[in-house]
Design a protein around this ligand. Structure first.
Ligand SMILES: Nc1ncnc2c1ncn2[C@@H]1O[C@H](COP(=O)(O)OP(=O)(O)O)[C@@H](O)[C@H]1O
Ligand SMILES: [Mg+2]
Length: 84
């Protein structure tokens, strides 16, 4: 199944990146698409908006995966995925 990646980026804060990402993800899911939202903001606003109210308590985040790549370590890419 083909996979499409969509990046929502702007160097300025408060411009609606998180809100846009959430809306896009929910809309695509409602259309039957399988959606993986990747929250690269250390504040975890996207995770919070999807009910993970304490992102700091998550054992695995994108930071762990990025570190693993930098260190040349293998890691299960599915680890840390939160299911709704
Ligand atoms: N289309 C919109 N209309 C009104 N308010 C919005 C809209 N998009 C985002 N906001 C509000 O603007 C603020 C910043 O949005 P956010 O998505 O958190 O920005 P970013 O992720 O770029 O920092 C939030 O309070 C959000 O609720
Ligand atoms: Mg944000």
């Amino acid at each position: 199944m083909p996979c499409r990646a969509i990046a929502v980026a702007n160097q300025k804060g408060g411009t609606g990146k998180t809100a846009t990402t959430l809306s896009l993800g929910v809309a695509l899911a409602h259309r039957g698409k399988r959606v993986l939202l990747v929250d690269t903001d250390p504040q975890g606003g996207l995770a919070k908006s999807l009910s993970w109210t304490d992102p700091d308590s998550l054992e695995t985040t994108i930071a762990n995966h990025l570190s693993a790549v930098i260190e040349g370590e293998g890691a299960d890419p599915r680890e840390g995925i939160l299911l709704t």
